[in-house]
Structures are given as C-alpha cells and as structure tokens.
Design a protein around this ligand. Structure first.
Ligand code: SAM
Length: 223
C-alpha cells in the first residue's frame, strides 16, 4: 500500500467514523518504532495483541518483529479498517510472509474473550475521544487480557487534552479533566518508560505499562 493511498483510506475513515478513528493520519514509522520498542527487546515465542491497527502503519512494524513461534492477534472495531489489514496480509510481500502467525478479529477489544493471555499489547485506541466509563472498560480489557508481567504500549498526542480544553464547553472540559485525572493515576502507577516522538503528525508520546506489582522492571526481564 503506497503512503498516499494509506493516508487517503485513513482520512476517509476519519470522516466516516470520527469518534473511533481519532486522528486524521496513520502513525509515522518513528511512532510505530517507539511503540514496538519493548517487543523488539524480547525473544520469541510471544503472544502479541495489536488493538486498533487502522490501515496497518504500526502492524507493519510489528510484523517485522515476528519470528517463528510468535502469535499476533489483531483486533479492530471498524470493518473497513479490518478489511484493509486483511488485504495487506493477502497481497503485500512482508505482511504475507507472516500470514500464518496472524489472526484478524473484527470486534471491539472489550468483546475479546480470555484472560492473562498476551505478553505484549500495542494499542492505538484514541482514548481522548471517549467517556470515562468507556476508557475504564478499555483499561479493564487491557488488564484482563495481558499476562500479569505483560507489557502494554499505547500512545497519545502531546498536550492534546490541554489544547482541546481551551476550546471546549464546560461539560466537555469536565470530561477531559476527569480523563486526565484517570490517565494520570494509571501513568503514575504502571508506566515504566515513555518515548516522546516528535516525528509524527501531531507529535506523540508512546507509553509503556506493566500491571505487575511494583518492583518489577520489564526492561530488565529476560523474555
Ligand atoms: C488513532 S487510530 C490508530 C490506527 C493505527 N494504530 C495507527 O497508529 O496508525 C485508532 C484505531 O483504533 C480503532 N478502535 C477504536 N476503538 C476500538 C476498540 N474499542 N477496539 C478495537 N479497535 C478500536 C479504530 O477503528 C482505529 O483503527
């Protein structure tokens, strides 16, 4: 898929499904590299879940990391994005080579069954667009599906909540403030590393979480 085709497909879903798509462009290679940093530092076999692949910008980087014995599940709420990712695995050489290690599931992550299954989870869900209740149910799914010492990597755009707040009405400001407080608590409790990525539109931060009791440093674990 050429870059301009990918951007066009992404933008069309931004217009059709603004709420769940959450941005106008797919992530840059730099952001995809930052999100896959813990995965690249680990050894197979690994169970990996990508949440919200969109057009596959981060998937491409995950696929590069896949080795025999790995299993990648991809869960996507938007059927049009899921179909694009299917097509990439069917037709693009790098994707196709790893097809046997991959499952694509068209559903919201909250409906994925199971518990304590994945070693790595890489999520593109646009949390800032959702109600606090929905964000909480998404985090509950992250925690349920990850192994206790598994790693969640996700991103948010830099200072986006503060910018939105400047133009929001009172009710929207309350929602964004509640979300900031909620995510701030999660970050203080579970984040073990973060990468600021300026080479992305807009600039972003990739956050890496481990839900294991404190004292475990996933960077030092040998996998
Ligand atoms: C900001 S886009 C990120 C796309 C891609 N990961 C990237 O970085 O370019 C958000 C993606 O999350 C998907 N999404 C939103 N809510 C979801 C949910 N509850 N479960 C699964 N996917 C979801 C959207 O359809 C979209 O593909």
């Amino acid at each position: 898929m050429r870059t301009w085709e990918e951007c066009r497909a992404f933008f069309s879903q931004f217009r059709e499904q603004y709420h769940t798509t959450g941005s106008i462009l797919p992530s840059s290679r730099a952001l995809a590299r930052a999100l896959t940093r813990p995965l690249r530092a680990s050894k197979p076999p690994r169970r990996i879940l990508e949440v919200g692949p969109g057009t596959g910008a981060v998937t491409r980087e995950i696929v590069r990391c896949l080795r025999p014995g790995d299993q990648l599940d991809i869960v996507e709420i938007n059927p049009k994005f899921a179909a694009i990712v299917e097509q990439r695995f069917a037709h693009e050489k790098d994707f196709h080579a790893k097809r046997g290690l991959v499952r694509i599931i068209c559903a919201p992550i909250q409906q994925l069954p199971g518990a304590a299954w994945y070693d790595f989870m890489i999520s593109g869900i646009p949390l800032n667009n959702f109600s606090l209740e929905l964000v909480d149910s998404i985090f509950q799914s992250y925690q349920r599906l990850l192994q206790p010492e598994g790693v969640l990597s996700y991103f948010e755009y830099l200072a986006i909540r503060q910018m939105k707040m400047a133009f929001a009405d009172a009710e929207e400001r309350r929602r964004l403030q509640a979300l900031s407080d909620y995510l701030g608590r999660k970050i203080r409790r579970y984040q073990f590393a973060a990468d600021v990525v300026l080479l992305n539109i807009p600039p972003a931060v990739a956050r890496h979480f481990c839900f294991a009791p404190s004292g475990v440093n996933p960077d030092e674990r040998s996998r």
